[in-house]
Design a binder for this molecule. Structure first.
Ligand SMILES: Nc1ncnc2c1ncn2[C@@H]1O[C@H](COP(=O)(O)OP(=O)(O)OP(=O)(O)O)[C@@H](O)[C@H]1O
Ligand SMILES: [Mg+2]
Length: 455
């Protein structure tokens, strides 16, 4: 039931409109003054306003503007007794949807009310339809049929147009790069640059000049000045991949840029201002890095404005058949092979796998399978799953002994490190890959105070 507010100081006309529209099934809110009308507008579910242009206390056009301030999209039909088209035109310019000249028939008014409500409804349907379509289809090259990925994309479409910093989390190969690019492509900066830096790939001593640039003579070998990635990303998006691996000295500088949006080149004195949107990604748990003291807390909170966590592929197996199709099509086309698809047995093999390397691993396996395939359809026997990417850890991966929790295991490792280093905490920390502070924190949690171990 649509709510209609009628503002009219002539009580007979007000009453007439009220009765007639109520009879037609509208919820009618009558008001005798602009003030009364505004207060009803603020407190009731109103879909349309009918108002006289000549009201006591407030000029009709002022009233119209006041309505639009409360609700900019609400249709307003104005009634004017003067019969002068000029007044009506003024009202239309100020945002009225339509007008009726007094005297009018009730039928005429009802017709206009219905038309305006129809237009409004259509417009709203359109918008929600567009939104629904947008969430599913406008992300080129991203397969996201699972509800978990739909949630991710819903967040992406909501935050993409803003300038908020986004922190992407998720295991290796889940699609963090893809989402970072989607954020850029769907932002107002889409026509600007998208600059990606892999923080692990660049040695620590080069990372700073890479990010912030340097002036001529800043260090030996700096023959000419060079702008850094932050400067290159001006009016665009900068994507810092593997942010968890940024060394402390550069963390401080990043924090400065995030706070002030300005920085200096290495060896430079001029302060440079940039307009960049930052997207960062990590496949590590940054909270653990905080606890270990390897990542600054203040930087973490600056980065973690909008966290988007992309679930592992094994947590959204519904996506697998669609991803498989997508990759088969792509690689078959690239290889120029007439591959029709995959058998149910083949698909079931792929769906039941746990995909430690996530989408990237699936993509690699399909590419390989397509390359080697001599038939037109992929079957289970064509797929070899044991090419999982080598883990970064060396030696065979064993698991926790029966009945031991991860925490207990870690405690054992810490005690072992102390034993091996004769209780030297600095050395033990190094052995464990922890900072001195992180180790001290862990020891106090284990109930081992400082005195129990020598430095
Ligand atoms: N939802 C998806 N739809 C289509 N392709 C995908 C999807 N997710 C990931 N991919 C593809 O999988 C590969 C790995 O994705 P991406 O590089 O974005 O992962 P990542 O999370 O950045 O990994 P890493 O942590 O190792 O950097 C890419 O080739 C990407 O195109
Ligand atoms: Mg990546």
């Amino acid at each position: 039931m649509s709510g209609v507010l009628i503002v009219e100081d002539e009580s007979k006309l007000l009453r007439l409109l009220e009765l007639s529209l109520t009879e037609d099934g509208f919820s009618v809110y009558p008001a005798a003054s602009a003030e009364d009308g505004l207060s009803r507008l603020g407190h009731n579910a109103i879909d349309l306003v009918i108002t006289d242009l000549k009201l006591p206390g407030m000029n009709g056009l002022e009233f119209l503007q006041a309505i639009k301030r409360v609700n900019a999209t609400i249709p307003v039909i104005v009634m004017t007794a003067y019969g002068t088209v000029e007044t009506a035109v003024e009202a239309m310019k100020s945002g009225a949807s339509d007008y009726v000249l007094k005297p009018f028939s009730l039928e005429e008014m009802k017709l206009i009310v219905r038309k305006e409500l129809d237009i409004r409804r259509l417009r709203e349907e359109n918008r929600s339809l567009r939104e629904a379509l947008g969430q599913r289809y406008t992300f080129r090259n991203i397969i996201a049929m699972s509800s978990r990925m739909q949630e991710v994309l819903a967040t992406v479409s909501r935050v993409a147009p803003t300038n908020s910093t986004v922190l992407l989390g998720g295991e290796s190969g889940v699609g963090k790069d893809l989402i970072a690019r989607a954020l850029h492509e769907h932002s107002r900066r889409a026509s600007g640059p998208f600059v990606k830096i892999n923080c692990t790939a660049i040695p620590e001593n080069l990372l700073e000049s890479e990010l912030f640039g340097f002036e001529k003579g800043a260090f030996t070998g700096a023959i000419t000045a060079k702008p850094g990635k932050f400067e290159l990303a001006d009016k665009g998006t900068i994507f810092l991949d593997e942010i968890g691996d940024v060394p402390p000295a550069i963390q401080v500088k990043l924090l400065g840029v995030l706070q002030e949006r300005q920085f200096e080149r290495l060896g430079g004195t001029k302060t440079l201002k940039v307009d960049v949107r930052l997207v960062a990604a990590t496949n590590r748990d940054l909270r653990a890095a905080l606890e270990q003291g390897t990542f600054r807390e203040d930087l973490y909170y600056r980065l973690n404005v909008v966290p988007i966590n992309i679930p592992a592929l094994r947590e959204r197996k519904e996506d697998i058949p669609y991803l498989v199709d997508h990759f088969i099509q792509r690689f078959a086309q690239e290889a120029g092979k007439p591959i029709k698809g995959i058998t149910p047995a083949g698909l079931s093999l792929l769906t039941s796998f746990h995909w430690p390397g996530n989408v990237r691993e699936l993509e690699n396996i399909i590419e390989r399978t397509v390359a080697l395939l001599t038939r037109e359809i992929i079957d289970a026997e064509d797929i070899s799953l044991d090419i999982s990417p080598p883990k970064a850890t060396t030696g065979p991966v064993t698991f926790l002994p029966e009945g031991i929790t991860l925490e207990q295991w870690e405690d054992e490792m810490i005690k072992e490190a102390l034993r091996r280093t004769n209780g030297n905490k600095s050395q033990a920390a190094r052995l464990l890959g922890l900072s001195r502070n992180a180790l001290r924190y862990r020891l106090s949690k284990m109930g081992l105070s400082d005195e129990d171990n020598r430095e």
